[in-house]
Design a protein around this ligand. Sequence first.
Ligand code: NAD
Length: 497
Amino acid sequence: MTALVQHWCDGKLWTGTSGRTAPVTNPATGAVTAHVALADIGDAQRVIGAAAAAFPAWRDTSVAKRAAILFRFRELLNERKSELSEIITREHGKVLHDALGEVGRGQEVVEFACGIPHLMSGRFTENASTKLDVYSIRQPVGPVAIISPFNFPAMVPMWFFPLAIATGNTVVLKPSEKDPSAALWLARLWAEAGLPDGVFNVLQGDKIAVDELLTDRRIKAVSFVGSTPVAEYVYATATAAGKRVQALGGAKNHALVLPGADLDLAADAMVNAGFGSAGERCMAISVCVAVGAIGDELVAGIAARTRSIKTGDGTGDADMGPLVTRAHRDRVASYIEAGLVAGAELVVDGRAVEADGSPDGFWLGPTLLDRVTPEMSVYTDEIFGPVLAVVRADSYDAALELINDNPYGNGAAIFTNDGGAARRFQNEVEAGMVGINVPIPVPMAYYSFGGWKASLFGDAHAHGADGVQFFTRGKAVTTRWPDLSRSGLELGFPQNT
Ligand code: NAD
């Protein structure tokens, strides 16, 4: 009998009453390591109830006290992040140093949120009209839901909950059922940091739990990250229920390499950004667009580096781990096959990989396909695996048109030594995050993370100024204190005098 990964409700572990569970596997061994509770509607309502009950007191807790708890959470996380990384590697499969990197990027958002006294301050105008003052305040929205994907079980929740909590909201986090334990570890850390019970809750589950979060009237805002079809559904359902929603979806990120670029730098970048975390990153480069005559040399450089990648168990010295489930591994492999049938050239075949790990792991080595064309499914679909497609283009304009015609618009990068071309690209490309000689342009915590087009539904990006805005509502207050010289009836619309 394996352990049960439970809910975290009102400051305590809770089994729930549904009796439903799903297996959690270690992708490097294929072994079932635990089962995760899957909430039914009643379980979801109880956890939402805990967040709703904790809201009034947390909302009225001083900004200074909230910031002090965030500072303690940051210190504990910094001291113990290797524990969290091990949990991530065990359930997701990514190599340990990559898991540690994920936690580090999440920690940056915690650090940003520690500045909440400054971030939440409003404005004040004395004598906006005679003896009348106006000021603005920002208030929390209420209990909020965070629904996260499997590929960043710690960082993606941390894009949202530090600011949600800092601004005075209470949280229900619904992690991916594929790697649910990181969320519980974070819940315990909050408790240790002194967060009152009920402010941070974890609801384990699947669509049933999600649907309840999207429709229960006590939840006021939803931050979702996952695939585009689910993001669209979440956005439509939760906005129809009157909630504020940011739903980040899938991606197909292109890197354009121009003649004259440093091809060694570009080849390194394609391999790092294409195969890091086995391509299971929403900011992975999955399409390299080689412009003009550099194509052959660039592909040769990428191929040599791709062949040197060591695939294996993330707890060892591998560069790249397994895929998250066997079904996902097989789905990604089927795209390679479909690409070959459609006429792509197989330069490096990951299907034949000899991984350094258990024979039952969900292995697929890095795969490089050249001469991919926009009609092929390996180009049109988000594959979310270690498959890098090279598309050849005749000119900058043709390459830009290809990128802008793609339905996704998360990240895009250009590799060039031509400052004018880089500046044009930054101006013209239709993507929310742009890299110039940087393959994975994930913004710092004090900027905001988010894509365009089918990569984000809603207006607000994650963290940074958008995050503060998303988790708060503005109020403008107009005040006048009794002054006998200004009394008397006046029924006209207020004028500034
Ligand atoms: P997913 O869409 O399958 O699941 C995301 C969350 O939604 C999970 O918590 C899951 O339990 C829930 N869910 C799944 N199906 C649902 C349904 N039918 N109804 C309601 N809820 C449902 O995504 P995933 O496979 O866990 O993660 C990978 C996807 O996430 C990729 O598409 C990737 O690009 C995307 N992603 C995007 C970003 C971004 O910033 N845009 C970041 C990370 C991941």
